[in-house]
Write a new protein. Structure first.
Length: 228
């Protein structure tokens, strides 16, 4: 499943941004951050597209959903465009998340430093294993799964991460939804069903590696390289 953007225009009407565009906006933001760090204040669509690894026409089309921020013959003001994209994808405020499942993957995610620089803060860790409950991981005390609803309510969390085995994923998703979570990032090797109004993004590392293995096999057999 993918996330749908329901951005609002100045008059309050809904502005739908395609899922594929939403997925590329963080890539553009990362490219703009890199350009800004290099001291570059303005860039053309070609420069930004090259930095982001996309087609310039696709980039211009994507940015057109946000508004007209480029100047013909001059290009884009990096800092201003960076702010507009950050605002569109919710990075002008901090978002607290709860991670359910504090095994190897959950522990690694809780320690990932890249979240904080993108406005994401791991506010709670939850696990069903009594042996893990009460332990401290990445400076956070692990809470029991039975207390998930209380944790979500007290800390006003709206985003949950599932880092459990696949067999537990649906139960965890149900509990997250019941607790009031409206966006879920699912690392478990299983599909989960959620009601309308709840967005789910699935990350399956094994499938991504299998896709790469397929392309390696094609290259070994003399096929053409495919850029994903």
């Amino acid at each position: 499943m993918t996330i749908h953007s329901n951005a609002r225009l100045a008059d309050g009407s809904s502005r739908g941004i395609p899922d594929a565009t939403v997925a590329r906006l963080p890539v553009y933001l990362r490219a703009l951050n890199a350009l800004t760090e290099q001291g570059i204040t303005t860039c053309s669509s070609n420069d930004l597209a090259e930095k982001a690894g996309v087609n310039p026409a696709k980039l211009r089309k994507d940015l057109s959903y946000l508004g007209s921020y480029g100047t013909r013959g001059v290009g884009y003001e990096c800092e201003y465009l960076r702010y507009q994209i950050a605002r569109e994808i919710g990075q002008t405020q901090d978002w607290d998340v709860v991670i359910v499942g504090v095994g190897n993957l959950g522990s690694a995610l809780s320690a990932y430093q890249g979240f904080s620089s993108r406005g994401i803060r791991v506010a709670a860790l939850v696990d069903a294993d009594p042996k893990r409950v009460g332990t401290v991981v990445s400076g956070i005390e692990v809470t029991s799964l039975d207390d998930l609803a209380v944790v979500v309510k007290e800390r006003q969390i709206s985003i949950g991460i599932i880092a459990t085995p696949g067999t537990a994923a649906q139960d965890v998703a149900d509990r997250l939804v019941e607790a009031g979570i409206t966006s879920i990032l699912n690392f478990a090797p299983a599909l989960v069903q959620v009601p309308d109004g709840v967005d789910v993004r699935k990350v399956d590392l094994s499938i991504e590696l299998q896709i790469l293995a397929y392309h390696e096999q094609r290259k070994a057999a003399g096929g053409e390289q495919v850029i994903i």
